[in-house]
Write a new protein. Structure first.
Length: 384
């Protein structure tokens, strides 16, 4: 039963992607039964010409309808030629036989409405067609058959409107599905980037403090226990932050992040120097700067082998500038890591910039600039 439902669902999705077909318009060919009745009654002159004409009419109608729902074939010269031949044959049969044969004109309207797309093209084709149908109908059967003219006009307009509406709905559905896929991809990138930033920094702190505890344990057990307590605290905080990141509502606190940076650098044997000046910052700006401080100090702890790291934050009413400079080994060979790449994307989405490279006196420097007023971006919101 589940397999049957799955197959039915796949079939529905396939038909939606494929769009409408001409099979729904083919049964209307039964309107030619009136002409067939005229032939079989023996009242039609030159019946063999009528049989050949009716057979050709039905074949051309089916061919045009089937080609009308394939864009490549619909726009081809062959389809246009078939449509012209079909119209000419219909007028010839209506002029030659009249009566029931006039009911073939609405089928011409169906074929034109299905094969000719675009308002401008219809404006060019429909008025002459309707006028010509009116002239032939009134000439052959008087004003009593003027409903055929109305039927021809309605068949063109309704067919064209329904097909155009169906195509519009299908395109909107495809656009909605594409937007949904894009939103999923953005959320996936956001989550992987945030998880990297969170765990990269936390794991670095835990590793550094574990090494410090191992070194201190043989000679100073109390100091080692302090480091172990810090590891426990960092781990608990990491659990909280990961839960907040999963729910998509984590916002960084710059003051807390600077304190953590001092602690992580000190535990790694790097002297922290923190300078902060300028006006109070907006929450959105603080959140982005918190990510920048986290990523830059994590890189310093893990890769720099530095003895000193300077974190300098300054700002004005328009711009805020953060620099994190260490005196370590300098930039590594190869492309920048994914952490800096993700941070650069996050800052660019808020109108900020990130530059990284060798410091003037050796070591490595990360420079971040942001507008002073940056909207708060919850982590669930796309930033690309």
């Amino acid at each position: 039963m589940a397999d049957a439902r799955r197959c039915a669902g796949e079939r529905i999705r396939y038909l939606r992607q494929r769009g409408p077909s001409g099979l729904s318009l083919i049964p209307w060919v039964l309107m030619s039964l009136g002409a067939l009745s005229h032939l079989t009654s023996g009242a039609a002159p030159h019946p063999w010409l009528g049989w050949l004409g009716l057979l050709a009419f039905n074949a051309l109608y089916v061919a045009i309808i089937l080609r009308a729902f394939d864009q490549r074939r619909r726009e081809s010269l062959a389809t246009r030629t078939l449509l012209v031949v079909f119209g000419g044959l219909t007028f010839a049969l209506a002029i030659g036989y009249g009566r029931e044969w006039l009911l073939l004109f609405p089928l011409v309207g169906l074929a034109v409405g299905a094969a000719v797309r675009g308002r401008e093209r219809l404006r060019f084709i429909v008025p002459p067609l309707v006028v010509a149908v009116g002239v032939v109908t009134v000439w052959r059967d008087g004003w009593d058959s003027f409903s055929v003219v109305y039927g021809t006009l309605i068949s063109v307009m309704v067919t064209s409107a329904i097909i155009s509406l169906d195509e519009t709905v299908r395109k909107l559905r495809e656009t909605r599905e594409e937007l949904a896929r894009s939103a999923v991809e953005k959320e996936r990138l956001r989550f992987s980037r945030d998880l990297h930033d969170l765990l990269g920094h936390t794991m670095s702190v835990i590793v550094v403090k574990s090494e410090a505890a191992r070194r201190l344990a043989p000679r100073d057990l109390d100091a080692a226990l302090v480091q172990v307590s810090d590891i426990e605290s960092v781990g608990r905080q990491a659990l909280v932050e990961i839960r907040e990141a999963v729910t998509g509502y984590r916002e960084g606190s710059l003051g807390t992040e600077l304190d953590r940076a001092r602690d992580a650098l000190t535990s790694a044997g790097i002297e922290p120097v923190v300078r902060r000046s300028g006006p109070l910052l907006e929450p959105g700006t603080e959140a982005l700067l918190s990510w920048a401080v986290r990523e830059a100090t994590t890189n310093a702890v893990r890769h720099s082998s530095a003895s000193c790291c300077v974190i300098d934050l300054s700002g004005s009413a328009e711009r805020v500038r953060l620099t994190v400079t260490d005196d370590g080994r300098g930039p590594a060979t190869g492309p920048p890591g994914s952490g800096l790449h993700g941070l650069r994307e996050r800052l660019a989405a808020a109108g900020g910039t990130l530059d990284s490279g060798p410091a003037p006196r050796g070591g490595f420097r990360v420079t971040v600039e942001l507008p002073a007023e940056t909207p708060v971006q919850h982590q669930g919101e796309p930033t690309e």
